[in-house]
Design a protein around this ligand. Structure first.
Ligand code: NAD
Ligand code: TYD
Length: 349
């Protein structure tokens, strides 16, 4: 049996990674450590919570002494680290909490791994999950590769960039066995409805206005979350120690075009007249420091480890919209809570 610590497993991507590993690897004990911040939700893992190879621990990764205790109590062999503050708009309002969780939290886990493994690194791994936002912003040409220099713009991106640097520093300095992946924008089930796709699906359903930042011309490269989880599985098992892998969908969309696809899909599924919800589009003040374009070159991952996205975007979007329409209770439980206050502050002031 291997004991694998997955941090942030009750969030969006983490829940898909935990589900995949718990169901696929009965020879792994999966220990999900999550502080259950506003973004963590035990409902996300209801289907696997009673499995014998799954344990949940509610803890904060910033508590370094607690992390050391957990490594030793559960005899941790490997870490897949996803816990983070993850929303750019929130990072603009409150950069400190991003530095704390994303930088100091990562450092506290690295330190716990270093101390517990104590130079006995055979079959050990610290896998850090990061984002393409560390590379900054592209104009209309080119892609981010693993060699692109870091140039973060938002406090979120700066905190993730810093955490990546700490992971590499622990690999260089202490020979800690690490691997990093930097992924593009994810979409799919269980995504907190503050991010573009679930927020807009919910607003279209409820005939609420769709706040498009700036002119809606910014470009993102979208990947279905289950494909990201599969990539993490491949890199976890076959990735080269000390290396970095970019993960992306080769699937770029201007925000406004993506929003029209969402409108079309929701309207069709709700039997509304074609384009009926386009009237909900409302152009609002641009996000401060809004990165223009993200586009990932994930050919290294394809060529070296054989991973490719499995879903066409239209298929993934339809699956995703159907999931939100069939899980209105999950969405309502979120939007009826503290989220109301956030939404008012963010969009209605
Ligand atoms: P999320 O916000 O949905 O989930 C984050 C999880 O971390 C939550 O369950 C939360 O409770 C937990 N958490 C937060 N602070 C914690 C702390 N101090 N201690 C323990 N747990 C804590 O985020 P997500 O979208 O699932 O992203 C997961 C990871 O993937 C992040 O590291 C993010 O930077 C990275 N990433 C996300 C995307 C994306 O499109 N969402 C793309 C690339 C990389
Ligand atoms: P988001 O889902 O926040 O992801 P990220 O900022 O990490 O890429 O936003 C995706 C894109 O959608 C980004 O260009 C900002 C834009 N956006 C809006 O236009 N309106 C919104 O209400 C939100 C949340 C995002």
């Amino acid at each position: 049996m291997k004991n694998i610590l997955i941090t942030g497993g009750s969030g969006f991507i983490g829940s898909h990674v935990v589900r995949l590993f718990v169901n696929k690897y009965s020879n792994y004990n999966i220990i999900n450590l999550d502080a259950l911040t506003y973004a963590g939700n035990l409902e996300n893992l209801k289907d696997i919570e009673s499995k014998s190879n799954y344990t949940f621990i509610k803890e904060d990764i910033c508590d370094d002494k607690k992390m050391e205790t957990i490594f030793s109590k559960y005899d941790i062999d490997a870490v897949i680290h996803l816990a983070a503050e993850s929303h750019v708009d929130r990072s603009i309002k409150d950069p400190f909490s991003f530095a704390k969780t994303n930088v100091l939290g990562t450092l506290s886990l690295l330190q716990a791994a270093k101390i517990y493994w104590n130079n006995n690194y055979a079959n050990k791994l610290f896998y850090h999950v990061s984002t393409d936002e560390v590379y900054g912003s592209l104009n209309n040409e080119g892609y981010f590769t693993e060699k692109t220099a870091y140039d973060p713009h938002s406090p979120y991106a700066a905190s993730k960039a810093s955490s990546d640097h700490f992971v590499r520093a622990f690999n260089d300095t202490y020979k800690l066995p690490t691997v990093i992946s930097n992924c593009s924008n994810n979409y799919g089930s269980f995504q907190f409805p503050e991010k573009l796709i679930p927020l807009f699906i919910n607003n279209i359903c409820n005939n609420k206005s769709l706040p498009v930042y700036g002119k809606g011309e910014n470009v993102r490269d979208w990947l279905f979350v289950e494909d990201h989880a599969r990539a993490i599985d491949v890199i976890f098992h076959k990735g080269k120690l000390g290396d970095t892998y970019n993960i992306g969908g080769f699937n770029e969309w201007r925000n406004i075009d993506l929003i029209k696809v969402l409108i079309k899909t929701v309207d069709e599924l709700l039997s509304r007249e074609e384009g009926a919800s386009e009237k909900l589009i409302s152009y609002v003040k641009d996000r401060a420091g809004h990165d223009y374009r993200y586009a990932i070159d994930s050919s290294k991952l394809k060529n070296e480890l054989g991973w490719e996205p499995s879903l066409q975007f239209e298929e993934g979007i339809e699956k995703t919209v159907k999931w939100y329409l069939n899980n209105t209770e999950w969405v309502e439980n979120i939007v009826n809570g503290d989220y109301q206050k956030y939404y008012k502050e963010m969009y209605e002031n």
